[in-house]
Design a protein around this ligand. Structure first.
Ligand code: HEM
Length: 140
């Protein structure tokens, strides 16, 4: 029963982390193409999506660590799993950095740095694809 709950939470967090990554990317690219800066309300949405992404990644780590311990007795599963958790760790760091950047820019009432946001979104997309591919190979 606890396995089902953990897996369910793991999958739910995947939906929310992926969803927030797609959302932030789309909003930023629409505003960048229009050469405009997100207004205060869109800024709030971006900040919320950032928090949702970070919380989902933390839930993915908590449930993932429990799943690995319960099902496989630890983290030595296979190399695809190593790649998966390495990419997941980078994603977590990236999400922390972006959230801190967005927090500081909203505190200073300046728009988030365009290049930081662009690089972060592109790396985030690449990393989440690596994590998913790693999961598909590790648990096939
Ligand atoms: C961005 C973060 C993550 C994503 C997108 C992700 C994605 C996935 C997916 C799609 C599966 C299903 C694979 C399957 O059952 O065939 C899965 C299962 C699993 N994940 Fe993650 N994961 C993430 C983070 C983590 C982390 C950080 C850990 C460990 C510390 C972890 C450990 C596991 C384990 C042990 C399973 C269960 C395998 C099984 O049912 O046999 N995951 N994950």
């Amino acid at each position: 029963m606890s396995l089902i709950i953990l897996k369910f939470l793991h999958y739910l967090a995947i939906v929310f982390s992926g969803g927030s990554l797609v959302g932030v990317g789309l909003i930023n690219s629409v505003f960048t193409k229009a050469n405009k800066v997100p207004d205060i309300n869109v800024g709030k949405v971006l900040k919320l999506l950032g928090y949702i992404g970070l919380i989902s990644l933390i839930i993915l780590w908590l449930t993932g660590m429990l799943l690995a311990n319960i099902i496989y007795g630890g983290f030595s599963i296979n190399s695809a799993f190593n790649v998966k958790i390495l990419a997941a760790a980078l994603l977590l760091i990236l999400s922390f950095v972006v959230n801190i950047h967005m927090y500081n820019s909203s505190k200073n009432k300046t728009p988030p740095n365009k290049s930081i946001m662009k690089i972060a979104t592109m790396s985030g997309r690449g990393l989440i694809l690596i994590v998913l591919l790693g999961a598909a190979i590790a648990f096939n």
